[in-house]
Design a protein around this ligand. Structure first.
Ligand SMILES: NC(=O)c1ccc[n+]([C@@H]2O[C@H](COP(=O)([O-])OP(=O)(O)OC[C@H]3O[C@@H](n4cnc5c(N)ncnc54)[C@H](OP(=O)(O)O)[C@@H]3O)[C@@H](O)[C@H]2O)c1
Length: 274
């Protein structure tokens, strides 16, 4: 079957990864989607050229097995979208090293692991497009999201280095920065228990604002189509920010206002009095 190219979509069992995989499949790409929940061998082929393979990005062996099997389905990788992610909510004071490690391991180290495996294939081809899912939290922090924010900042720094290194090989990097979107699974929103009384009220208020913003967020299908449009371009843009106007304005103000003033504004938005 003739396809537009091969796209690997990592973290494609729900939310934005799923919407992106579906957009590519509908557009005639061969899609290899990876996630931990794709365990059933009989459900491996879900469309004419749309495959589910099991993948745990925190496990080297699982990543190697995914790459081996994906390359038997198609020996090319024209696009890699890395969307696997985990959000944790809690104060800096109460977030332990184990939780920082867990979030970094899925959001950032899993990404670097997959990219080291796909780059030799793309270099050999002399082409490839990498879409790295960051977040507006890759630009700015909000209270009680330190682990997630740190992981997304790590992606932003890494992506800049990567873009400069791989450009001579015809490989492009696009950092996808979604604002709030609907349909993200609550299974990947870890909330800390045993909150210190000191933070309890502010934490509860922040969580409510985050949940409200996600529920009223943009549609994942639109994001999937926007990523696809970049993949179909000869030269995708470096930054793809997909967010409501007020959230995009916040990113712009972040670079403009003195930090103290900016932090006061963000705090007032998330942490309601009373
Ligand atoms: N939704 C939003 O509002 C929003 C906003 C900004 C940025 N983002 C970013 O966009 C991406 C998708 O978020 P989402 O909220 O749409 O999706 P989500 O529903 O939270 O889904 C996360 C995906 O990651 C996969 N995953 C988690 N741990 C994994 C692991 N160890 N190995 C392989 N896959 C793993 C999950 O599949 P399995 O459990 O089956 O493995 C699932 O498919 C994330 O990077 C997120 O940070 C989302």
């Amino acid at each position: 079957m003739k396809t537009k190219g091969t796209a690997w979509i990592i973290g494609a069992s729900s939310g934005l990864g799923l919407a992106t995989a579906q957009a590519f499949a509908k557009d005639g790409w061969l899609v290899v989607a990876g996630a931990r929940s794709f365990t059933m061998p009989e459900d491996r082929q879900v469309g004419e050229a749309y495959y589910h393979l099991p993948l745990d990005v925190t496990d080297e062996g699982s990543c190697n097995a995914f790459v081996r099997e994906a390359l038997t389905l198609s020996n090319r990788v024209d696009v890699l979208c890395y969307s696997a992610g985990l959000l944790s909510l809690g104060s800096c004071e109460e977030t332990g090293t184990d939780l920082y490690e867990r979030v970094m391991s899925t959001n950032f180290l899993g990404m670097t692991r997959m990219i080291t495996k796909v780059l030799p294939v793309m270099r050999e081809q002399g082409s490839g497009k990498l879409f790295l899912f960051s977040s507006l939290n890759g630009i700015l922090g909000i209270p009680f999201q330190s682990a997630y924010t740190a992981s997304k900042h790590a992606i932003e720094g890494y992506a800049q280095c990567l873009a400069m290194e791989v450009r001579p090989f015809g490989i492009s990097v696009c950092v996808v920065e979604p604002g709030d979107h609907q349909k993200g699974s609550q299974a990947y929103r870890l909330k800390l228990g045993n909150l210190l009384q000191t933070y309890a009220k502010e934490y509860a208020s922040t969580c409510m604002t985050i949940q409200r913003d996600e529920m009223g967020g943009l549609h994942p299908e639109t994001l999937g189509l926007k990523v696809l449009r970049q993949a179909n371009r000869r030269k995708p843009r470096y930054r793809l920010r997909i967010a409501r106007l007020d959230q995009r304005t916040a990113c712009w103000l972040h670079g403009l206002l003195p930090p103290g003033l900016f932090f006061a504004g963000i705090r007032a938005y998330y942490v309601k009095k009373g």
